[in-house]
Design a protein around this ligand. Structure first.
Ligand code: ADP
Ligand code: MG
Length: 254
């Protein structure tokens, strides 16, 4: 059963067609990679799903909900969370505060001015939940550190933690491994598999690090100039002549 369905999406920016009649089905519980050269339209597809961009044409449903009918602020409530290719963290917040914002935003009845006892109980539960996510991301030693003072790899992990704090059904990851070292990429590899298999989160992964994509993806869709040029298992994609020509051919991605 597909959780996310993109039907005939087209996005025009003035004369530029960034996404061209693009359709994709993402099966519930899978890791689905979306790959292709720079400028292919991958981030624009994410922006449509998360309501940052409204497509010129097309339909998007997530778990049966027509997401294009929702305002941007309702997207998290519909179970969709994302990370950003260019991190958009609030650098003056600590790791704990960053994760708590997501948790309290979906805590029914939470308000900063609740009476003392009740508020303390809800907050203790929120902190326990935040700590669990911080631990999973390997960030416990930096729990009280400002986001702006973390190194780049840990900022990327915090962005994933922030997305996870929304307890999404669908998680959109935009180049989580970009700029990371091998050891950090190995951590992300394990983390993605854990989020998918143990937490049941459906993941759409935009990524250029092919070693990661080929290792974790159940299915891969390839975009080029806004159009789908191939779709299949990692084995299908690795040997697809059109994909090799448009994207995988260069040594950088081999
Ligand atoms: P990718 O993530 O695959 O590298 P993008 O989705 O970022 O590609 O971009 C696809 C195309 O759309 C590029 O040519 C890019 O310059 C253009 N584009 C993206 N966002 C905008 C925007 N807000 N306004 C105008 N052009 C845009
Ligand atoms: Mg991009």
């Amino acid at each position: 059963m597909s959780l996310l369905s993109l039907q005939n999406l087209t996005v025009r920016f003035g004369g530029l067609v960034a996404v061209n009649d693009f359709s994709m089905e993402v099966e519930q519980g899978t890791i689905h990679a979306l790959i292709g050269p720079n400028g292919a339209g991958k981030s624009t597809v994410f922006n449509c799903i998360s309501r940052f961009t409204t497509p010129t044409e097309g339909r998007i449903t997530c778990d049966g909900v027509d997401t294009l009918a929702l305002p941007e602020h309702a997207i998290a409530g519909a179970g969709i969370a994302r990370t950003f290719q260019n991190l958009e963290l609030l650098y003056r917040m600590t790791v704990l505060e960053t994760v708590l914002v997501g948790i309290t935003s979906r805590t029914p009845g939470y308000m900063p001015f609740l009476p003392g006892m009740k508020r303390a109980r809800i907050e203790a539960r929120a902190v326990a939940e935040a700590d669990e996510i911080i631990e999973q991301m390997g960030l416990m030693p930096w729990r009280g550190t400002l986001a702006g003072e973390l190194d780049f790899g840990r900022q990327k992990m915090l962005d994933v933690a922030r997305a996870l704090s929304l307890r999404p059904k669908l998680l959109l990851l935009d180049e989580p491994a970009a700029g990371l070292r091998n050891r950090e990429i190995a951590f992300i590899d394990e983390l993605l598999v854990r989020m998918s298999r143990e937490m049941g989160i459906t993941i759409v992964l935009v990524e250029h690090v092919m070693q990661l994509v080929m290792s974790v993806a159940d299915r891969i869709t390839v975009l080029n100039f806004g159009q789908k040029i191939a779709e299949g298992t990692p084995a299908d994609i690795r040997t697809n002549p059109q994909v090799i020509e448009a994207y995988l051919g260069s040594d950088a991605h081999a």
